[in-house]
Design a protein. Structure first.
Length: 273
């Protein structure tokens, strides 16, 4: 019987935890429901991962501003082809002169032999490398979030191709987005909702509502958290998932790899600014 599983990956970046957190808690891609500051908001993302273009609709489950943590749950998209549940949490934590970005992925495979979402975690880490410097380039202030739908695809165009907000906006929990991206060499799309945004802990959680990933998993949530570390931060990505009955569903390793690559892209963009 398939069970809910959880995976996590971390990356240290030379970017303030607060700035990385803003990217995921407020940055506009395409809000389909709600607002960026509201739980339950839904966004639509289009991205490129593993050589493929994918889309995902996510719902904001939790936003913790104090801890700079955001949790998103994928509700629709390519990723749900493999997972019943796919949820991501991102947290940015201060660590000396850097920041520690932690991506956590909670997922459930559609079947036990399905792959783990490694590609998605690497994808996320790649985004981290390029996103932060966008705040200080072209006249943007490092203290003011950029709320334009096209920014993430421009920064990580080889991974994220398109993000559309279907409900709400980037600052509201419960907003719904649709993502198109490439992961593990395949083009996918998901519909996710922002389940929570924790500004204090710099974390956000997204829940997948629809998409390829849900073909293998019953549930799929992603949480990212940025923990301050010096002048940079530690980014942690966590995926919480539950596989479907099929024993062949793999753990979502590809999605973790995807997250890691995004993190690296964001940092690279920041350092080039």
């Amino acid at each position: 019987m398939a069970q809910i599983a959880k995976m996590e990956v971390q990356a240290e970046i030379k970017s303030p935890a607060s700035k990385f957190h803003e990217v995921y808690s407020r940055k506009s891609i395409e809000v389909v429901e709600g607002e960026w500051k509201a739980l339950g908001s839904v966004q639509l993302w289009t991205y490129f991962i593993g050589g493929n273009t994918e889309e995902a609709k996510l719902v904001a489950e939790r936003v913790d501003e104090e801890n700079k943590t955001v949790t998103m749950n994928v509700v629709e998209g390519d990723i749900l082809k493999y997972f019943k549940i796919f949820k991501c949490t991102i947290q940015v934590t201060v660590k000396d002169k850097d920041s520690l970005v932690t991506w956590s992925v909670e997922y459930e495979k559609l079947n036990e032999s399905g792959p783990a979402p490694d590609a998605y975690l690497n994808f996320a880490m790649g985004i981290v490398e390029n996103i932060i410097p966008y705040y200080i380039r072209d006249g943007h202030s490092t203290s003011q979030p950029v709320n334009q739908a096209h920014h993430l695809p421009n920064i990580c165009s080889d991974k994220i191709h398109k993000i559309e907000v279907h409900e709400g906006d980037w600052e509201t929990q419960g907003s719904v987005q649709h993502w198109s991206f490439t992961v593990g060499g395949n083009s996918e799309s998901i519909k996710e909702t922002v389940e929570s945004i924790d500004e204090e802990n710099r974390s956000i959680t997204f829940k997948v509502l629809d998409g390829e990933v849900l073909k293998d998993y019953k549930s799929y949530k992603v949480t990212t958290q940025a923990i301050p570390k010096g002048e940079g931060c530690l980014v942690i990505w966590t995926i919480e998932y539950e596989k479907k009955v099929n024993e062949d569903v793999p753990d979502p390793h590809a999605y973790l790899e995807f997250a890691v690559n995004i993190t690296k892209d964001i940092e690279g963009h920041y350092l080039r600014a």
